[in-house]
Write a protein that binds this ligand. Structure first.
Ligand SMILES: NC(=O)C1=CN([C@@H]2O[C@H](COP(=O)(O)OP(=O)(O)OC[C@H]3O[C@@H](n4cnc5c(N)ncnc54)[C@H](O)[C@@H]3O)[C@@H](O)[C@H]2O)C=CC1
Ligand SMILES: CC(=O)C(=O)O
Ligand SMILES: [Mg+2]
Length: 558
């Protein structure tokens, strides 16, 4: 892992020796200590490298005796970390162990996550991050992120001045309005901003010192949190209306003033009405990105492109049913409609076979308050509320779940999909695992292994009649690290919708043919960092070719 700025002592340590009055003789008579001893280098995770400091480095840095005499290579430290990680009895204990590694030795932490991504992703991300968010107050240890509360209105720039690193290039901001499928999690949502930014580094190779996770703490309507003595956020009902909007405006203005107008600002887990409002308001004004809408949109479209490759059934001839009409479903459905239009299908035709249903049923002219982004999918048909009745009538071959409601794709739903189609596609996208619309085992079992499958949270392989099926993870973590990498690399001024189409196609292309042949829709998680790199390159190329980069860059004025 390359870190951009070295601690001055480490820089000094890599230079030829200067003369000094103090002399060490234990290991190397020629070695001299050139500076006052500084334990800071071993106490700060940003500079520490544990037992990997050589004896010479220990002498140069004045840290002899602050660790045992063994020198342990990074490879050996990785082995020790893996043994420690696996010895922990629960996933939350593994998360806590890794957080301690982050605190004392960041290089080891990111290398561990990257090189053990199949084991570590479910810990630092969904599903365990859901438990981390739920128990955030109980386990709170150390601030490594920026909290901006409603009480800080008018002073956000001052708070940004307090941030630990200069040269911030990307921010992940949440207000905790809808965290995974857990609902309003108030200030506990910081766990989600942190989790996303860990993947910026582990998958996107973006230096952590350029990243700032933020939680806008505007209170919460979650009564359990308000009554929890350990809750760390503002104990007030969630602030809404102009006061809230002004806070978010001030946050955006402060971010670009402090860190430059190319700062990549990632919105995460805002409740859908706010997510849609801010995307519309800021998309062409800032270099901003909504992961739940655009990152998920790009991921979902990639899945559909690969369904088309496997089944040979054209997207324009496919009937899609989205159960859920929030950020995730709207993001994917709109990406799909855009793809069809790019392929020459007229706008009205493009949405003809794309159906959305929310908690009130299929979107029809009678639906109460359909979101603006969902209006193109409204169908002039009889209102239908029952999912089974809809499945029987429309016979979709692609079924997407983005409701946050665990288990609603039950045996009957899955069997109906299998009865109607030789290769039905089913996407229970909701997180964490308990909120998944079905499990992989249920999906493969009730479709006799014929399903094309992608879930938001990971599931282990499924074996049916001796045949092993590999469930793919359909999660925006396959896109947002590459999107961030590209936006930062190209110094993008703003991100038009078309870039996400480039991202989708690149993600789909990264799925090896042998996996498509066995019915797997996405690249394996072990290749996620290669995917992030390839997505980053493709998107950067698009931004440069299409003049979306800044020619005049307004830099920070912190
Ligand atoms: N796999 C991934 O990459 C992603 C997954 N998600 C997941 O998607 C879920 C939804 O997120 P959002 O769209 O932001 O939430 P949201 O709360 O805005 O939308 C949920 C939608 O589901 C509908 N709904 C609820 N119960 C229903 C039912 N029984 N039948 C039909 N519709 C029902 C609601 O009316 C609403 O339209 C969350 O669990 C989240 O974790 C979100 C983003 C990315
Ligand atoms: C994956 C993600 O962004 C979500 O579940 O909200
Ligand atoms: Mg999210």
């Amino acid at each position: 892992m390359e870190f951009r700025r070295l601690h001055p002592l480490l820089r000094l340590a890599s230079r030829p020796l200067l003369s000094s009055s103090r002399r060490f003789s234990v290991y190397d008579d020629e070695m001299e200590q050139i500076t006052r001893p500084d334990w800071h280098v071993v106490m700060n995770g940003k500079y520490n490298k544990g037992l990997a400091f050589t004896i010479k480095e220990r002498q140069r840095l004045g840290i002899m005796g602050l660790m045992p005499c063994s020198v342990r290579s990074m490879d050996d430290q990785m082995n020790a970390a893996l043994a420690n990680f696996e010895a922990r009895p629960t996933d939350i204990a593994r998360f806590t162990y890794l957080s301690a590694v982050h605190h004392r030795h960041r290089r080891l932490y990111y290398r561990f996550i990257k090189e053990n991504i199949e084991k570590s992703l479910p810990i630092v991300y969904t599903p365990t991050v859901g438990d981390v968010v739920a128990t955030y107050g109980l386990n709170f240890q150390q601030a490594i992120s920026l909290f901006i509360s409603i009480h800080d209105k008018g002073h956000i720039r001052d708070l940004m001045h307090n941030w630990v690193d200069e040269g911030v290039k990307a921010i992940c901001v949440t207000d905790g309005g809808r965290v995974l499928g857990l609902g309003d999690m108030g200030a506990n949502a910081m766990g989600i901003s942190l989790g996303k930014m860990i993947l910026y580094t582990a998958l996107g190779s973006i230096p952590p010192s350029t990243l700032m996770p933020v939680c806008l703490d505007v209170g919460t309507d979650n009564q359990a949190l308000l009554q929890d003595p350990l809750y760390v956020g503002a104990r007030i009902p969630r602030v809404k209306g102009p006061e809230y909007d002004e806070l978010v405006d001030e946050f955006m203005e402060s971010a670009v003033k402090c860190f430059g107008n190319n700062t990549f600002i990632h919105f995460e887990d805002f409740a859908t009405p706010n997510a849609l409002k801010f995307l519309e308001k800021y998309q062409y004004k800032y270099c901003c990105f909504n992961d739940d809408i655009q990152g998920t949109g790009a991921t979902g479209l990639a899945a559909f492109i690969n369904v088309e490759r496997i089944t040979g059934r054209k997207l324009e001839d496919t009937v899609f049913l989205f159960v859920g009409a929030g950020s995730a479903a709207l993001g994917i459905a709109n990406m799909l409609a855009m793809e069809l239009e790019v392929r020459g299908i007229p706008a009205e035709e493009a949405t003809k076979n794309i159906y959305l249903m929310d908690v009130n049923g299929i979107l029809t002219p009678e639906s109460p308050n359909p979101p603006e982004m969902g209006k193109i999918f409204i169908k002039s048909m009889e209102p239908m509320k029952d999912m089974m009745a809809v499945l029987k009538k429309l016979k979709p071959s692609v079924l997407v779940g983005a409701t946050g409601v665990g288990g609603i794709f039950n045996e009957e739903v899955l069997k109906t999909m299998a009865k109607n189609h030789e290769r039905p596609a089913v996407f229970p996208l909701s997180n964490p695992t308990a909120n998944s619309e079905c499990t992989a085992e249920q999906a493969f079992t009730h479709t006799e292994g014929r399903v094309l499958f992608g879930s938001g949270s990971p599931f282990p392989p499924v074996v049916i009649n001796g045949k092993r099926y590999r469930p793919a993870q359909a999660n925006n973590c396959l896109t947002f690290p590459g999107i961030a990498l590209a936006a930062i690399t190209a110094k993008a001024r703003y991100l038009p919708n078309e870039v996400f189409s480039v991202v989708s196609h690149e993600l789909a292309r990264n799925t090896p043919q042998e996996l498509l042949d066995e019915g797997t829709l996405f690249p394996p998680i072990k290749d996620a960092h290669n995917v992030a790199f390839n997505v980053g390159v493709a998107m950067t190329q698009y931004l440069i070719d299409n003049g979306k980069i800044s020619l005049v860059i307004q830099t920070a004025s912190k």
